[in-house]
Design a protein around this ligand. Structure first.
Ligand code: GLC
Length: 646
């Protein structure tokens, strides 16, 4: 049982009537329940010898933070606590968007809620909207503040109104907590630059290159092309400062307990805007240690669990999403391990599935996908995935080399093939992607591009090649149908639902032109949306089919994530097969074909699994019964079945 379940149990008699509950008493109960864990974690990171008063300070801080939370949110917390693991429900469908690129500002976004509802989206991830430096700012991931809304997006009251509106419609809001770094214009950074020693210790600052050089020996580079190295010299301070991402993003020094406590305050302030899911940005990087790559360190996990345990005391209805785009074995650890199992983040990005789906698109084969997925240890029952085919960032090839070798390919050559396939180096490839942050030192590179452009729609339309267009629409739908049925929250990137192509306008903007991720962040095309119900276009087919698939997902309880996924590897290397099983519900078998040719599956196999009834198969995707005439089921190129037991 994780701590959330314990809180649910302890407060069970109050949860039916949260309006009448004694909220302070419940806070005390949660604090005393989490106290030993908080103390343990805190003292393991910040031994008393370093600062004997800091734990007491934290104990005083938590009730103060609780006082800041509104009554409405406190009641909402109790509702969420009762509605156990709501984030695992089949009803959840997410969309990620940049407010300005979607519809100008926060008010503009609010007016488009009906569009989101029409598609079936009930969770929106809005990208950073707080103040940031004027020029380059990494799409707002260089924060000047954690809660002050940038004028460009509107005001704080617009933000609160949006959150309220979403709450009234039973929709959910997700926002980022940029926990690893601030911008160099953040008040702490400014004070550090002005010579304030206290705030210089909020970051990793060094008088000379000695320690940075030693660190560099084992630190990889995140943005090797635009921001090589991990340190930047700051003239005002006359010191080096750690900047793992861009040179204007200063890494916070979490070995300093004051940083943890101030950031906890920022976290709660963010939650108080009415956020349901907080995305812990770049959390793998939170702890740095000489001689390591300073990613995924045990101390980073303790720190995240500490944030989680404190947040749970103050705002138990808010859940955490781990943005750990790291190797499959490392991702799973963000759900919490050992005694902290189930107590770290409730949700994590399924970057493994995402990256390997693209690998399967390029190779038309699924054996590497299976190999990786079958080798990941199970996640705790309280955790779930964000399943996505792409997001606002690049697509990294973060899977392990050894499995590439095991399926019989050379890892170096294979990775190069993937970059060439998506990066327009192979004439026969339908993909119109770009290469992101190619590092000639080691051949590493990542891929950017919108789903439609990567899957051939851009090329198909440019060549007026109907066959290519049809194939790309089928691929777009198949990949989305996989994330809708895999188990977890499917997260669609805004624009992909109408097959939007790459946006090349970033090349004309001097602040953006070095960052090809902007190609996959197109401005929402409301003109296409206005014609959705009028004519038959590839874009309209994508929207209407996706909308239908979402509706089916929401009416299929076995799609809720109850750790009920069974992968079925099969001898045909082009097929991907998995089952969603729940003894009390009707199970669903998902089968899809990653090849450009038709493949068959023996009906006998499906029969023995219980999917054939009266010589028929029931397919939820087409809504039809498949009448079996032969002993083989045909699966068309890029077709997906959701076969239901009946
Ligand atoms: C995360 C964000 C990415 C950003 C980085 C630094 O990975 O998704 O867009 O560049 O963090 O904040």
């Amino acid at each position: 049982m994780n701590q959330a379940s314990l809180h649910r149990l302890l407060a069970s008699d109050k949860l039916d009537n949260p309006e009448k509950a004694n909220l302070n008493e419940l806070f005390d109960l949660r604090l005393s329940t989490n106290h030993p864990i908080i103390q343990n974690l805190f003292l393991s990171l910040y031994p008393e010898a370093t600062d004997p008063d800091s734990f007491q300070y934290l104990m005083k801080l938590l009730p103060e933070l609780f006082k800041k939370r509104s009554k409405n949110h406190k009641i909402q917390d109790l509702r969420r606590l009762k509605d156990a693991n709501w984030y695992q429900s089949e009803k959840m469908v997410g969309m990620q968007l940049y407010v300005d690129r979607f519809n100008k500002d926060l008010k503009g976004l609010e007016t488009k809620i009906p569009y989101l509802e029409k598609l079936g989206v009930n969770l929106i991830h809005i990208m950073p909207v707080t103040t940031r430096p004027k020029g380059e700012n990494d799409g707002g991931y260089a924060v000047n503040s954690y809660t002050r809304v940038d004028k460009k997006y509107g005001t704080k009251s617009d933000m609160l109104n949006l959150a309220k509106k979403l709450q009234s419609k039973n929709m959910h809001l997700m926002m980022d907590f940029v926990v690893n770094h601030t911008s160099d214009e953040f008040p702490w950074a400014k004070k550090a630059m002005a010579g304030d020693k206290k705030y210089q210790d909020y970051y990793y600052t060094y008088p000379d290159r000695q320690l940075p050089d030693e660190f560099e020996n084992s630190l990889p580079e995140v943005f090797p092309r635009t921001s090589p190295g991990n340190y930047t010299f700051n003239k005002k301070m006359n010191k080096w400062v750690m900047t793992v991402f861009n040179d204007y993003q200063w890494d916070l020094n979490y070995t300093n307990p004051l940083v943890f406590m101030d950031m906890l305050t920022n976290l709660i302030d963010l939650a108080n805007l009415g956020v349901d899911v907080i995305r812990f940005d770049a959390l793998a990087f939170l702890w740095k240690k000489m001689g390591t790559n300073s990613q995924n360190l045990p101390e980073a996990h303790s720190l995240i669990t500490l944030f989680r345990m404190c947040l749970q005391v103050v705002a138990p209805g808010v859940v955490l999403l781990a943005e750990a785009i790291v190797s499959p074995r490392n991702i799973i650890k963000y759900f919490g391990e050992g005694i902290n199992k189930g107590n770290e983040c409730e949700i994590a990005y399924n970057a493994t599935l995402m990256a390997l789906l693209w690998n399967s698109i390029a190779t038309k084969k699924t054996h590497l996908l299976y190999k990786n997925l079958l080798n990941i240890p199970g996640k705790p029952s309280e955790g779930t995935w964000i399943n996505y085919i792409r997001c606002h960032d690049d697509i990294g090839l973060g899977f392990e080399d050894r499995y590439i070798y095991e399926v019989g390919w050379d890892a170096v050559a294979h990775r190069k093939f993937l970059l060439d396939y998506f990066g327009q180096k192979l004439d026969w490839s339908p993909a119109m992607g770009q290469i992101f942050m190619y590092n000639p030192k080691n051949g590493d590179g990542r891929i950017t591009g919108s789903a439609a452009s990567l899957l051939g729609l851009e090329k198909g339309l440019a060549q007026n090649n109907q066959e290519l267009i049809k194939m790309s629409v089928d691929k777009i739908l198949m990949l989305h149908a996989i994330i809708l049925s895999y188990g977890g929250i499917p997260m669609i990137y805004a624009g992909d639902e109408i097959g939007m192509l790459n946006d090349y306008s970033y090349l004309k903007n001097s602040d953006l032109k070095e960052d090809s991720r902007w190609a996959n962040r197109p401005k929402q095309d409301w003109k296409t949306v206005s014609g959705l119900d009028k004519i038959d276009t590839p874009q309209n087919q994508i929207f209407h089919s996706l909308k239908r698939l979402i509706k089916i997902r929401k009416n299929t309880p076995v799609f809720a994530d109850k750790n009920n996924l069974v992968l079925h590897p099969n001898p045909n290397p082009h097929l991907f097969k998995f089952e969603r099983m729940n003894n009390s519900e009707k199970d669903v078998l998902v089968i899809c074909n990653f090849d450009e040719k038709i493949h068959m599956i023996e009906v006998g196999t499906l029969d023995s699994m219980g999917y054939v009834s009266e010589s028929k198969l029931k397919d939820l995707v087409s809504g039809k019964n498949i009448i079996l005439k032969s002993g083989l089921l045909e699966i068309n190129p890029y077709q997906i079945f959701w076969l239901r037991k009946s």
